[in-house]
Design a protein around this ligand. Structure first.
Ligand SMILES: Cc1cc2nc3c(=O)[nH]c(=O)nc-3n(C[C@H](O)[C@H](O)[C@H](O)COP(=O)(O)O)c2cc1C
Length: 294
């Protein structure tokens, strides 16, 4: 039984269930070895290489001021945001750290006036939406790793082959499909869960993502980081933002013609704050509630 589970688990390696049925015994052995290599070595070997990048000194004071100056703005002035600034801020959002560099996000800048009117309504006509010159909707994409891992392999091929460690190829070629495929109705995730549970009795194992729901969380984490980049970038350019999850996700998904697997992470309104745009002084609770030193 355990052997069958392991074989099922291996199926995810190449992400093509039909081709696997045609594999020879020898090919199975190769795959098995690669899988062990994936688990044991890839993550440790991936840093190998001679690339270096210096780090500049930035003003911590200015960064602190920027973070402190970002507030959620609920009322905006009737003043447009230059398109070039929106583009720059979106570029900065895309520089956010993200899981496996698979960039599981999309950003819909809703410019079409009819769509925008509908979006305001779907954001429940909250003033943070209706008074905003612009709204960008951030989408978490749990399934776009299939495309982005291929893009990554293409990028590797474009580079000098010697400079990309073999382990990095193996990571996107073999390990990524293994880790992120959950199979139809999450059935392979379930099989992986059993496998990971057994292996986890003996050694530390990554416990996620092992289900479709884990994949959603996976995509939302990275997308939310990009959202913070986006909001800080706007602040740096002198504009304000409001993240909004008070919206009708079903209708927004239909408006943006999203795939069923894609989810709205948040909508972010942008503009110049009106004098009454910030509803009150910032409130945060005692840091001891949240920060634990152990
Ligand atoms: C995921 C998320 C969803 C939010 N949704 C809304 C919203 O729908 N409407 C709104 O007015 N503010 C929304 N906010 C803003 C929060 O209320 C705000 O960040 C919080 O009160 C702290 O205030 P500050 O951002 O000025 O520090 C949201 C914030 C986050 C992070």
């Amino acid at each position: 039984m355990n052997q069958q589970i392991i074989f099922f688990y291996q199926y995810n390696v190449i992400n093509n269930w039909f081709n696997l049925a045609l594999l020879s015994k020898k090919e199975y052995v190769v795959l098995w070895k690669e899988r062990i290599m994936a688990d044991e070595q890839i993550l440790n070997k991936i840093s190998a290489g001679d690339y270096t990048e210096g780090s500049k000194h930035y003003s911590a004071q200015e960064f602190t001021e920027l973070v402190e100056a970002r507030r959620s703005c609920r009322v905006y002035m009737d003043e447009p945001v230059p398109e070039s600034i929106i583009d720059k801020c979106l570029d900065l959002a895309l520089l956010a750290p993200n899981s496996s560099n698979l960039q599981p996000w999309k950003f819909y800048w809703v410019k079409n006036p009819e769509k925008r009117t509908k979006l305001n309504k779907y954001c429940l006509d909250q003033p943070a939406a209706t008074t905003a010159p612009e709204i960008i909707v951030a989408i978490a994409c749990p399934e776009n790793w299939r495309e982005t891992r291929t893009l990554m392999l293409q990028k590797f091929k474009e580079q000098d082959k010697l400079k990309v460690p073999k382990a990095a190829y193996a990571y996107y070629d073999k390990l990524v499909p293994l880790v992120y495929s959950q199979g139809p109705l999450g059935i392979f995730g379930l099989i992986k869960r059993v496998y990971v549970w057994v292996q986890g009795l003996f050694k530390p194992m990554p416990r996620k993502p092992l289900s479709i729901s884990h994949m959603k969380t996976w995509a939302h984490k990275s997308t939310a980081l990009a959202c913070e980049n986006l909001m800080l970038a706007f602040r740096a350019y002198g504009y304000d933002t409001c993240p909004m999850e008070g919206l009708d996700e079903k209708r927004v998904k239909r408006l943006l013609e999203l795939k069923s697997s894609e989810e709205v992470c948040m909508a972010i309104s942008v503009g110049k704050r009106a004098s009454n745009g910030i509803y009150g002084p910032r409130i945060r609770f005692d840091r001891d509630i949240f920060v634990k030193k152990i």
